[in-house]
Write a new protein. Structure first.
Length: 415
């Protein structure tokens, strides 16, 4: 991985510091900051890592392109899904670029936070984050002095909504000839007609969630989606699983309704996909499009992959410190974020490779990214463990999780 990004650096020292920063990011440190990583790596001061993030000459966007190519080389698939979502990093103070009081799903409420839109590449072999865009609130975009203090380039100071940022991420991915067939996202993105049109123009299908009060074009005219379930006969509902979750297959009742095209030039197939939780009666709604006719099962499968980006956020934040930076400026944010994504991609690709070459023994769950990171840290970044002890603890943890999961399945069967 370091060899792949080496041409992006004019000097050896910043490249070495980037390697040290990523090694610290995949380590077992509780908090991953420049000074904790520098101490962990044996450096006398954090000056080298801070210089890497703020003043050294290298292009974070070029490294992002290398990250994308690295993930595609490992996971590339023609039917892959581009998953969009935003996440927030709760921050103190008012000086970090893009920070203000705004809603963030990370906290589940309005907090002082930075928010960014990310794109995950999800394929059968694995998934990883491949692109990012920092959301700049209007209060920042309209304050030139604040933008100057944060080092925001002049051409990046226009206010852009999250769907607009998402459309730019998809366009950049398509321009790089990334193999993919679908785009997935939540209500923020499903509600934006310009994003939907942009995805169609790229020749991709989409499965995008919409809120219950949205209207959709049907043969009977525009109708609110939450009125449609009551109009459907019982035979319209089918049981489908969106894939295996942590507690087994996720079965829900599904129904789909044909929608009218959004414009005259549109020749693809439009549907509204409705998911019903038979235990609670709760409904979820998704606007779907495919350039060619498709099946209900295919749309359900794509919808189920939307949660891959949540897994990416969880592992990237928990394992590589995606949200643990202490930087304030535009350039430093993009550099930290890109290297954290690259470290996360390494863990995802290496775990998939290990699973391919070493079949899971009976009685153990499959090797996880978390377990691989723990082994990698202990075997290569720490020296006070023996391989026998490490592998024994790894087997113990995986056996314990396997037994817990089997017990859960048995309890569900008896309910």
């Amino acid at each position: 991985m370091i060899d792949r990004i080496a041409p992006r650096f004019c000097r050896y020292e910043p490249l070495r510091h980037a390697a040290e920063l990523m090694a610290g990011m995949v380590s077992g440190l509780d908090r991953k900051k420049c000074w904790t990583i520098a101490e962990h790596r044996g450096a006398a001061t954090p000056d080298g890592l801070q210089h890497l993030l703020s003043r050294a000459k290298w292009d974070a966007d070029a490294v992002r392109d290398d990250l994308r190519d690295y993930v595609i080389d490992a996971f590339g698939d023609p039917q892959a899904i581009l998953v969009l979502d935003e996440t927030g990093d709760v921050k103190k103070g008012v000086y970090s670029v893009g920070v203000q009081r705004q809603y963030t799903g990370t906290a589940g409420r309005i907090e002082n936070a930075q928010v960014a839109v990310y794109l995950t590449y999800a394929a059968p072999r694995g998934h990883a984050l491949i692109d990012r865009a920092l959301y700049l609130p209007r209060s920042w975009a309209e304050d030139p002095h604040r933008c100057d203090d944060a080092g925001i380039p002049t051409d990046k100071r226009d206010f852009a909504t999250k769907p607009t940022l998402a459309a730019a991420l998809v366009a950049r991915t398509v321009a790089a000839n990334v193999p993919a067939a679908w785009v997935a996202g939540d209500e923020v993105y499903g509600a934006d007609p310009r994003l939907r049109a942009a995805v169609r123009d790229h020749g991709l299908g989409y499965v995008l969630a919409v809120s219950a009060n949205r209207r959709v074009p049907t043969a009977a005219g525009p109708i609110r989606v939450d009125r449609l379930p009551a109009e459907l006969p019982s035979w319209a509902w089918q049981k489908h699983s969106a894939g295996a979750g942590s507690h087994g297959p996720r079965y829900y009742s599904r129904a789909w309704i044909t929608l009218l095209p959004e414009d005259n030039a549109d020749t693809g197939a439009h549907h509204l996909l409705i998911r019903r939780n038979d235990a609670t009666g709760e409904h979820a709604y998704l606007r779907c499009y495919s350039p060619r006719p498709t099946t209900l099962h295919t749309l359900v499968t794509v919808a189920g992959q939307r949660w891959r980006i949540e897994e990416s956020f969880q592992t990237a934040k928990g394992l590589t410190g995606l949200d643990q930076h202490q930087v304030r400026r535009w350039t430093s944010w993009h550099r930290w974020t890109t290297l954290a994504m690259l470290a996360h991609a390494f863990l995802a690709v290496a775990t998939a490779t290990e699973r391919d070459t070493q079949p899971t023994p009976a009685g153990l769950i499959a090797l996880t990214v978390n377990e691989f990171r723990r082994l990698f840290d202990a075997l290569l970044l720490v020296t006070h463990h023996t391989i026998t002890t490490l592998l024994a603890w790894s087997r113990w943890r995986r056996r314990h999780q396997y037994r817990a999961r089997q017990s859960h399945y048995r309890r569900r069967q008896h309910q």
